[in-house]
Ligand binder design. Structure first.
Ligand code: PAF
Length: 282
């Protein structure tokens, strides 16, 4: 059977996956919302190392956007995205023609690592992500799925979700890809003009300084408050959070790091663009 590189129908996707399963292929999956950059390509590269076939999806998922966010203007360029995916060695791109039935009534309510941080500012977000990821995993039925550490809370939430709901997939994490000045790659970086892009580049510098201070024994609240002030002074509009959390549970850390394994997580707005970033402490 010859294989189309892009597939829109769930039936065709299923039959392709079944064919591969019949030939003892293993399948890795990389879900995306398109507007691809080198960060996404690194997920495909990682996926290729762990399976014989790589499926990517492109779907701008309405349920993870709140009113007033950029759902309508989110960059969409399937032709360019598919070219990049083909060049990266992806085997199949699933671009679902339909994800939600008009009578869709089911929600996926995630707790644990989904609580706090992003959820304090985007209450709808992880419910929307959990729903689409569950649906995509059910449709693709991969052996492994790869998610970026850039969305660290999302990664832990999906790990929890798949473990709790017995979804038979192994979740792999891929490290954050950064621009030359250290800005974490993101599809939304294209919204910046020259001046705001320079300001945005300060976020990772301040984040690393803060992580180093905490690792060297500084009080966590003092260090994160200092980082918040520096972010505003650098020209950001406002800061949603600068927080140190346990690497696995994402429970917030206070006082001194001691022997905990910590992750520093940041969300801040730069000239109307919301940026998130994170790094290991120590
Ligand atoms: O990280 C993303 O791009 C999205 O949240 C995901 C996982 C593709 C779900 O829409």
């Amino acid at each position: 059977m010859t294989t189309a590189f892009t597939v829109k129908s769930q039936t065709v996707l299923r039959s392709q996956i079944c064919g591969w399963r019949g030939s003892a292929e293993t399948i890795a999956f990389v879900p995306t919302m398109g507007a691809l950059h080198a960060g996404h390509i690194s997920l495909i590269t990682k996926a290729k190392k762990h399976a014989s076939k790589v499926v990517a999806s492109i779907y701008v998922n309405e349920t993870q956007f709140a009113e007033g966010e950029d759902l309508d203007t989110y960059p969409r360029d399937h032709k360019r995205d598919c070219e990049m995916l083909r060049a990266a060695g992806c085997d199949l791109v699933y671009i679902p023609e339909k994800m939600y039935d008009p009578y869709h009534s089911t929600t996926v309510n995630v707790g644990g690592p989904a609580l706090g941080l992003e959820t304090n500012h985007r209450a709808h977000f992880f419910g929307g992500v959990a729903l689409i990821v569950t649906k995509l995993l059910n449709r693709v039925q991969p052996d492994i799925a790869v998610f970026g550490e850039k969305d660290y809370q999302q990664l832990l939430t999906i790990r929890r979700l798949t473990a709790d709901l017995d979804i038979p997939v192994r979740i792999l994490a891929a490290p954050i890809m950064r621009e030359k000045d250290g800005l974490a790659m993101s599809s939304r970086n294209r919204y910046f003009d020259e001046e705001s892009r320079k300001i945005a580049g300060q976020l990772n510098v301040i984040m690393r300084q803060c992580a180093e201070e905490i690792a060297s024994g500084a009080d966590i609240n003092t260090a994160t408050d200092k980082a918040t002030i520096k972010i505003i002074k650098a020209g950001f509009d406002n800061v949603d959070y600068v927080a140190a959390a346990d690497t696995n549970s994402l429970e917030l850390l206070t006082g001194h790091l001691n022997n905990c394994r910590g992750r520093l997580l940041i969300a801040a707005h730069c000239k109307g663009v919301r940026l998130i970033d994170n790094c290991q402490i120590g």
